[in-house]
Design a protein around this ligand. Structure first.
Ligand code: FAD
Length: 464
C-alpha cells in the first residue's frame, strides 16, 4: 500500500507526527523496532520522573517532623519502585497504541531501513521483509547512550541510563560518570534513596548549558545532599574489582563503588539504515535539517534526537508537527528555535528558556536582569520548599524578555508562562502587569520581572 507519510521510529517525535498527520487526513504508517513511545516513554523522561517522585517522597517522609507529622520506619524498596515505573510506562504505551488505532495509523513492528527516497524495507523475526512506500518520509530514529571506552557497561555493575532502570537492588554506593542533566537527576534520586553517590564531570560546571547562577545553586544543592563531587576531574581508567568497580580520576584519586552509571552523552541512531546510500547528508552521524525539518533530499524529513539540535522530547514533538504540516503542503510551517524550554528534575527542580547572561555577553546584547528568591513567597513556605530563585533577563533597550532561568519548586511548570512570554515577545512590564494568583509559586516570576525594573515588592537580599 502507498501511504501519504511513512515515519521511521515511534518515539515522541515519530508518534506525535503520526497522530497529527492522521488528524490532517493523511494515510500514515509508522515503523517501530522496539517499543512505542521510544526513549522518552520507556527509558527516559517518564520512568526517571516516576523514580524521582518515589525518591522525593521518601526524603519528605524523613522530614515529616517538620510538617508536624510522625512517620517512622520508612524503607525504600527499589524493586517496588521499579515495578511502579514499569506499570506507568506500560499504561502510557498502551495509551499511545490506542491513539494509533483511533486515528487509523498503521503501526508496523520491525526494523526499518531506507531503500529509496520513498521506500522503507521493514524486517522482523515475526514476518517476511515488507516494502512500505510513502509520498513523504519522516526519520525519527532517536539516539542511544554513548559508550565510555575506558569502562564499557556490563549491566551488572556498570550501567547506562537505560539498564539502570532495571536495577532491583539498591547499591550501597554509586559512581556517576558524566554530570549533565541525566547524571545530576540520577545522582539526586539514588542519594535520596540512601546510596552514597559520587559524581564526576569533565567541566567544573555540572550542566554546561545552564546559566552560571543556576549552576552555582545546583552545586550547592548537590553538596547539601552530600553528593561527592569530582568536578573538572574526569575518569581516566576503570576496572572491575571483587566487590565492585574502581574508577581512577585524572587527579590520580581512585574511588571504589559497588556500581557505576555511565552517562557521557548520546549518539544518533543513524548507521546501517541506508541513509548515506540514498544520498542523505550526515554530520557526525546526525541528520541536519532546514527550518521545515527537511533534509538535503526534498520529501525526506528528520526530527528529534537524530537531528541533534536539542535532545528533548517536546522539541522532537514540535519538530514532528512542523515536519508533518510542511510535508502535507503548509509551506509556512517552521520550527521555533527561539523559545525552547527545558526542565531538569533535580531537587530543587531547574527550568530554563532563552538566553543566559553569558550568551547575552557573547552576542554583545545589552541586558538587565532581575531575580527573586522563593524564600520570600508564602506559598513556598507552605510547601516547605524555599530554596532557589527565578532570574529574568531582559533587553536593556526595550525590556523584551530574553531568558528566564528558574531553580526552585515546580520550576518545570513555572517555565510555561515564561516560554509563552518569550515567544510572544513580551516585555518585563507585560509580565509585571499581569495579575498572578496568590498564593502561588508563579508570583516569583512576577516579582523577578518587577525586579528587572527595580520594583519587586517582597524582595529580600538574594545571594546567588
Ligand atoms: P526516541 O525517543 O529515541 O525514539 C526513537 C524510536 O525509533 C525508538 O522507539 C526506536 O526504537 C525507534 N527506531 C530506531 N531505529 C529504528 C529503525 N531502524 N526501525 C524502526 N524503529 C527504529 N527529554 C525531555 O524533554 N524531558 C526529560 O525529562 C527527559 N528525560 C530523559 C531522561 C533520560 C534518562 C534520557 C535518556 C532521556 C531523557 N530525555 C528527556 C530525552 C528524550 O527522551 C529524547 O529527547 C526523546 O526521546 C527523543 O525523541 P525521538 O522521538 O527523537 O527519539
Amino acid at each position: 500500500m502507498q501511504y501519504d507519510l511513512v515515519i521511521l521510529g515511534a518515539g515522541p517525535g515519530g508518534y506525535v507526527a503520526a497522530i497529527r498527520a492522521a488528524q490532517l487526513g493523511a494515510r500514515v504508517s509508522i515503523i517501530e523496532k522496539e517499543l512505542v513511545g521510544g526513549t522518552c516513554l520507556n527509558w527516559g523522561c517518564i520512568p526517571t520522573k516516576a523514580m524521582y517522585k518515589s525518591a522525593r517522597l521518601f526524603e519528605q517522609i524523613r522530614q515529616a517532623d517538620h510538617f508536624g507529622l510522625s512517620c517512622t520506619g520508612a524503607v525504600a524498596h527499589l524493586d517496588k519502585i521499579i515495578s511502579r515505573n514499569q506499570k506507568i510506562v506500560r499504561e502510557l504505551r498502551q495509551g499511545v497504541e490506542r491513539l494509533f488505532r483511533r486515528h487509523r495509523v498503521n503501526l508496523l513492528f520491525g526494523e526499518g531501513r531506507l531503500r529509496r527516497h520513498n521506500e522503507i524495507e521493514v524486517t522482523s523475526s515475526e514476518h517476511p521483509p515488507q516494502q512500505v512506500c510513502g509520498r513523504r518520509i519522516i526519520i525519527a530514529t532517536g539516539s542511544e547512550p554513548k559508550v565510555l571506552q575506558i569502562l564499557p557497561w556490563d549491566n551488572q555493575r556498570v550501567f547506562n541510563t537505560r539498564s539502570i532502570l532495571e536495577l532491583r537492588q539498591l547499591p550501597r554506593s554509586l559512581f556517576i560518570i558524566g554530570g549533565g542533566v541525566s547524571g545530576c537527576e540520577f545522582a539526586q534520586i539514588f542519594r535520596a534513596l540512601g546510596c552514597e553517590v559520587h559524581l564526576s564531570k569533565r567541566s567544573r560546571e555540572p550542566i554546561k548549558s545552564l546559566d552560571g547562577d543556576l549552576n552555582r545553586a545546583l552545586v550547592r544543592s548537590l553538596k547539601k545532599r552530600r553528593i561527592i563531587l569530582h568536578l573538572g576531574d574526569p575518569p581516566v581508567a576503570g576496572r572491575y574489582t571483587e566487590s565492585g568497580v574502581e574508577v581512577t580520576l585524572q587527579s590520580g584519586k581512585a574511588v571504589c563503588t559497588e556500581a557505576v552509571l555511565v552517562t557521557v552523552g548520546r549518539m544518533p541512531v543513524s548507521t546501517g539504515l541506508g541513509f548515506r546510500k540514498v544520498g542523505l547528508t550526515l554530520k557526525n552521524g546526525f541528520l541536519p535539517v532546514d527550518e521545515h525539518c527537511q533534509t538535503n533530499i526534498p520529501g525526506i524529513y528528520a526530527i528529534g534526537d537524530v537531528v541533534g539540535e536539542h535532545l528533548l522530547a517536546h522539541y522532537a514533538s514540535h519538530q514532528g508537527i512542523v515536519a508533518v504540516e510542511h510535508a502535507l503542503g503548509n509551506g509556512k510551517a517552521v520550527v521555533d528555535k527561539h523559545a525552547v524550554p527545558a526542565a531538569i528534575y533535580t531537587d530543587p527542580e531547574i527550568a530554563t528558556v532563552g538566553l543566559t547572561s553569558r550568551q547575552c555577553q557573547e552576542l554583545g546584547i545589552s541586558y538587565r536582569q532581575g531575580n527573586f528568591p522563593f524564600r520570600a513567597l508564602g506559598k513556598a513556605h507552605a510547601l516547605g520548599e524555599i530554596d532557589g530563585f527565578v532570574k529574568v533577563i531582559a533587553a536593556e533597550e526595550d525590556g523584551c524578555i530574553l531568558g528566564v532561568h528558574i531553580i526552585g519548586p515546580e520550576a518545570g511548570s513555572l517555565i510555561g508562562e515564561c516560554t509563552l512570554a518569550l515567544k510572544q515577545g513580551a516585555t518585563v512590564e507585560d509580565v509585571a502587569r499581569t495579575i498572578h494568583a496568590h498564593p502561588t509559586l508563579n508570583e516569583a516570576v512576577w516579582e523577578a520581572a518587577e525586579d528587572v525594573r527595580g520594583l519587586a515588592i517582597h524582595k529580600l537580599d538574594l545571594k546567588l
